[in-house]
Design a protein around this ligand. Structure first.
Ligand code: NIG
Ligand code: FE
Length: 400
């Protein structure tokens, strides 16, 4: 290490987000050295090994600004057809998210629009939303299927998600969410639909999906049905995640933990026992304040219990047309503070280090540490707490 000059060196204050030391893992008056798109040195500028500075090394100065890890949106449904502004309006007249779903609206209305859309149309609309996310310093985005609910349409969604990565030159992690709702052709036959997922959709998603997700809820799938999907995922070598305890306590947090899930997401109604199980399993809590606000939830997720038991908390947009029509991860951080009482430091850890863990990417990205990918954002702010303080609307001056 340090034997050849770096490609570039940045001088700035660093919010490394490495836990255990100063808040934000802060290094004031720090330096980052980058070799072949990897972080070679991260630390005080005064200790930068001289061998890293050569004649060809590009030098940048953030002029007293801060560098954070590039942001990670670890839970989105970015690819979908149509929108649900009418359902939003109906909710404001007194309808509920669940009753729209029970009438065959909700997720199923997006399924109809997504099935009808061509791959090119889905790509075009998702690219618009992605552009908004990326402008805020996001470099990694998780994208779920789950509005196709048939072999052809689920694979179509995953292909579009993969194409987004190539178009934008970012990292996309795809998640198969065929167990999102029971499609109309299987109405009243949820178990048959689960058979179809296990026998046909999941095997065909190998190579296109990085993980498997499911929606455990009274309006979606039972825990027994989720377990069947997860067993099939495991047999195919795919990690799992779960939409858990969003609208009611169904024991989803404990189910996710028992399944060794990377994350359990939403968690408004998760019990303390569920949180404890997640702590033991190392399952990350992905908190989604956009969905909490939009469906008019009354009970925030158990942030204090996660803190007390040492469960890592990620924060994501949940960008989707029904419960969270939001394309700003900075806004999600702000809402996580105001609505869930997370600290600005927890919110930033939630969109960097913990988001990386929720995607199984902790060894690659999410913190500023030698050996990690050189994925970072340079901000003209006086302190990293400002990222969660502003209600969106700020942008990094440089993103790598
Ligand atoms: O994460 N909870 C279920 N799935 C999505 C919402 C999907 C929708 O309403 O279209 C969520 O909130
Ligand atoms: Fe979701």
């Amino acid at each position: 290490m340090g034997t050849r000059p770096a490609d570039s060196i940045w001088h700035a204050n660093l919010a490394t987000m490495v836990p255990g030391g100063a808040p934000y893992g802060a290094v004031e008056d720090g330096a980052l050295a980058i070799c072949s798109r990897r972080l070679e040195y991260v630390g005080p500028a005064a200790d930068l090994p001289p061998a890293l500075s050569g004649p060809g090394t590009m030098r940048h100065d953030a002029n007293g600004g801060w560098i954070t890890p590039a942001l990670i949106d670890c839970h989105t449904h970015l690819v979908f057809g149509g929108n649900r502004a009418e359902e939003f309006e109906a909710r404001l007249r007194g309808d509920s998210y669940e009753s729209a779903a029970r009438r065959g609206g909700g997720i199923l209305s997006t399924v109809a629009a997504t099935r009808a859309a061509s791959e090119a149309e889905l790509l075009e609309s998702a690219r618009g939303r992605l552009k908004t996310l990326l402008a805020e310093g996001v470099r990694t985005v998780e994208v779920k299927s789950g509005y196709g609910l048939s072999l052809a349409s689920e694979l179509k969604m995953l292909r579009v998600a993969r194409k987004l990565a190539a178009h934008a030159n970012i990292r996309v992690r795809t998640t198969m969410l065929a167990a999102h709702a029971v499609p109309p052709e299987y109405a009243g036959r949820a178990d048959d639909y689960v058979d179809y997922i296990v026998a046909e959709i999941l095997p065909a998603a190998v190579g296109l999906a990085d993980a498997v997700d499911a929606f455990a809820e009274t309006i979606a799938f039972s825990n027994a049905q989720v377990e069947r999907v997860f067993a099939a995922a495991r047999a195919l070598g795919l990690p799992v995640k779960l939409h858990a305890d969003q609208l009611s306590d169904g024991g989803g947090a404990a189910l996710a933990a028992a399944s060794g899930a990377l994350s359990a997401d939403h968690l408004e109604y998760a019990s303390e026992a569920g949180v404890r199980a997640m702590a033991a399993a190392g399952t990350v809590a992905v908190l989604l304040p956009g969905a909490y606000a939009t469906v008019g939830a009354r009970q925030p997720p158990p942030v204090a219990a996660c803190r007390a038991h040492g469960v890592g908390m990620a924060v994501a947009t949940d960008c989707n047309p029904g419960s969270s029509p939001m394309c700003s991860l900075l806004m999600a951080m702000n809402l996580a503070c105001s609505l869930f009482r997370m600290t600005p430091e927890e919110a930033l850890a939630g969109t960097t280090r913990e988001a990386a863990r929720a995607l199984g990417l902790a060894a690659e990205t999410g913190t500023l540490e030698a050996g990690r990918a050189a994925e970072f954002a340079v901000w003209r702010v006086g302190h990293p707490r400002e990222l969660a303080y502003w209600m969106g609307g700020i942008a990094p001056v440089f993103v790598s």
